[in-house]
Design a binder for this molecule. Structure first.
Ligand code: T5A
Length: 208
């Protein structure tokens, strides 16, 4: 059982990489479950609609609890059961998104958010977090080219998104690996797969 998270700023290529990794695992006959955050359960999808698409002003603390409610539900009902069943779980965003967007971007206090997140996840941590690094302008251009409709958080100004990117760039910790995502999709996939192979070979962990 291996829990792999793909992180990074807007348009970095997270969903593209998660899809590719899922296909790669399936081709190897490894059962895999993918989730995107916020989302992945009816409760989490409802929270996603409110936090990203409702036309109301939300303060950073209000956003935080919507993201954490979504995370708590998907961890309890999807991620933990899948890990316990021996599946690989691939998550498109997890805890680091909260630290980048609500703490670095929104200005919430680091330690309190760490504690709130721990309450939501019951202490679940990833085995590997792949942080995709692209400049803000490159990510925005990719989203434009893909005709993505901007959500409430994506409409934040460039200064907010630069703080988010800086938080990702300075993120360190067990299992955190940075990948230059301005490279071709193939180069990103190759780099990611090398990291995944190292972790899945070593992974003997249980669910905490
Ligand atoms: N949020 C989330 C918080 O604030 N706090 C939290 O705790 C959590 C969990 C989620 C929003 O919620 C916020 C962050 C977000 O603002 P979302 O729509 O689920 O929003 O996620 P986004 O990251 O915004 O999704 P995007 O689709 O915009 O970005 P991706 O997934 O990084 O990019 P992807 O894979 O869709 O690719 C975008 C385009 O680029 C191309 C793809 O083909 C696609 O067209 N591409 C590349 N092009 C060239 N070279 C490469 N290497 C490429 N890789 C992909």
């Amino acid at each position: 059982m291996t829990f792999i998270v793909v992180e990074g700023p807007e348009g970095a290529g997270k969903s593209t990489l998660v899809r590719w990794l899922a296909e790669r695992f399936q081709a190897d006959g490894r059962p895999v479950v993918t989730v995107r955050e916020p989302g992945g359960t009816p409760v989490a999808e409802a929270a996603r609609k409110v936090v990203l698409h409702f036309p109301h002003d939300l303060a950073a603390a209000e956003e935080l609890f919507l993201f954490l409610a979504a995370r708590a539900h998907v961890v309890r009902t999807v991620i933990r059961p899948a890990l316990e069943a021996g599946h690989v779980v691939l998550a498109d965003r997890f805890e680091l998104s909260t630290m980048a967007y609500q703490v670095a971007g929104g200005g919430l206090p680091y330690d309190e958010v760490v504690r709130a997140n721990r309450l939501a996840t019951g202490g679940l941590v990833s085995d590997l977090t792949l942080v995709l690094d692209v400049p803000v302008a490159v990510g925005r251009e990719r989203q434009r080219a893909a005709r993505k409709v901007q959500d409430r958080i994506e409409r934040q100004d460039d200064a907010f998104h630069r703080r988010v990117l800086e938080a990702y760039r300075t993120a360190r910790g067990p299992g955190v690996v940075h990948i230059d995502a301005a490279q071709s999709k193939k180069a990103v996939q190759d780099a990611a797969w090398r990291e995944v192979m190292t972790v899945t070979a070593l992974s003997t962990r249980g669910v905490s």
